[in-house]
Design a protein around this ligand. Structure first.
Ligand code: SAH
Ligand code: TMP
Length: 407
């Protein structure tokens, strides 16, 4: 991005965090590729006009989303349940009927859109990462394997007509040309059409100091203020806000074309909440940076102490988020013996930047580490349930947010 300008208002961004050189969050790699690994300077900024928290620069989307994309949404059963429940809410809503046409942006392996195709509802997924899109296609979903844009919107409308619903989860915050995306969505929707999307919520990130939500793919961290400012530019407005427990605290934003829907009370409520908690406020963002630096210091201190006591420490789940923690806190294989994960495409590779080996879950059970640093803290409930044996008999969990601690 030129001159660190806000992608919504065009104003100069005020710098908030500097995470230094970072590799791709999902750039798990083989040893033969270490020498060619890609790094970029990861800094964040805040715009006082649009209220958008964003990366100053982001790698080219083609580097991140391709035929070997490492994140398969359906690795989490809780997320499968979450999307099923969301689809059930939609089926019951006043705006929905069996002839509704539904579009999903970033449908990945079909975790959400499966719920519509199974019910024979007219649907279309847009997913540029071919390997994950292929899984959804195999399961009977209609998917376009392309990046969404307002140009693609024109060809979708021509071929399929306008949509009643446009959904997306954990995708909008990935897309730098967001004004073009917003314009494309507005075009795709019919007059009463509804946009509903979820993303990690800035209010939760600054409160819980979950700065690992900041990595190459997450170019934005949204709030009610910034989403309203963004979509107002294309003639849309917020009509409902619903906080979610997923990904450590997300917000579901529901929008419609201006003056076409009644606004739910939640819109006023969360605008006031954000003002009270500084989510719209530069000073609060600068305070967040201080919290991040303190959190880094405390995690290093804890891990170094455990290592000096010759404890065996592993990472649990090779999440994209862990890339920020490991590289920013300078934690490598000298501290973490390996990271275990369930995703076949990650196993036997190495973590981006710090090159910690990634192993399968059998290795976790066999190795019996003294400490497991939980990188997938957003799936803690599901993981603690699975790993009762480890917790009860062998070891301890380490969490790093809001502060580094042993459970
Ligand atoms: N919705 C899923 C996947 C989130 S991961 C879930 O919540 O689990 C983000 C996804 O967005 C990836 O599958 C990526 O390929 C896709 N994506 C990134 N840029 C996109 C774009 N411009 N248009 C459509 N999808 C995009
Ligand atoms: P994410 O944080 O980028 O969403 O990635 C979640 C990662 O966590 C993914 O690589 C799969 C892994 N994982 C496990 O290894 N075990 C689990 O029980 C769960 C829920 C996730």
């Amino acid at each position: 991005m030129k001159n660190n300008l806000c992608r919504i208002s065009g104003n100069k961004l005020i710098k908030i965090n500097n995470f230094g050189k970072q590799p791709l969050g999902n750039g798990f790699l083989y040893e033969k590729d270490f020498a060619d690994e890609y790094f970029f300077e990861m800094e964040t900024g805040f715009c006082n006009e649009s209220k958008m928290f964003q990366l100053l620069s982001q790698p080219d989307p083609n580097k991140m989303f391709h035929e070997n994309y490492a994140f398969y949404s359906s690795t989490s059963n809780k997320m499968k349940d979450h999307f099923k429940k969301w689809s059930e809410e939609i089926f019951l809503s006043d705006n929905f009927n069996k002839n509704s046409f539904v579009i999903e942006l970033g449908s990945n392996d079909g975790i959400f859109i499966n719920n519509f195709s199974e019910k024979k509802i007219k649907h279309l997924g847009i997913e540029p990462s071919k390997n994950v899109a292929d899984v959804a296609i195999k399961n009977g979903n209609n998917i376009i394997t392309e990046f969404f844009s307002s140009r693609l919107a024109d060809s979708i409308i021509k071929k399929h007509g306008k949509a009643d619903y446009f959904f997306s989860a954990n995708v909008m915050c990935h897309i730098p040309n967001i004004l073009d995306i917003a314009a494309g969505i507005e075009k795709c929707l019919n007059t009463k059409g509804i946009l509903s999307f979820e993303d990690p919520y800035l209010g939760d990130v600054i409160k819980k100091i979950t700065y690992d939500q900041i990595y190459d793919e997450h170019v934005f961290l949204f709030s009610a203020h910034s989403v309203e400012n963004l979509f107002n530019k294309v003639g849309m407005e917020l009509i409902k806000l619903e906080p979610q427990k997923t990904h450590g605290g997300s917000m579901r934003y529901t929008l419609g074309k201006k003056n076409e829907h009644k606004k739910d009370d939640s819109v006023h409520y969360y605008f006031e909440e954000e003002k009270n908690n500084g989510v719209d406020n530069l000073d609060r963002m600068l305070e967040f940076n201080k919290d991040v630096l303190k959190s880094k210091y405390e995690l290093n201190k804890l891990l170094k102490r455990l290592k000096s006591e010759k404890k065996k420490i592993v990472g649990y789940a090779a999440t994209s988020k862990s890339t920020t923690i490991l590289n920013f806190c300078d934690i490598g294989p000298e501290i973490i013996d390996f990271i275990c994960d369930t995703t076949p495409i990650k196993i036997n590779k190495f973590s981006p930047g710090k090159h910690i080996p990634i192993k399968d879950m059998d290795e976790f059970s066999r190795y019996k580490p003294d400490y497991a640093l939980l990188f997938a803290w957003n799936h803690a409930e599901e993981i603690f349930e699975k790993e009762k044996d480890y917790s009860n008999k062998y070891g301890n969990w380490i969490l790093f947010a809001p502060e580094a601690r042993i459970l």
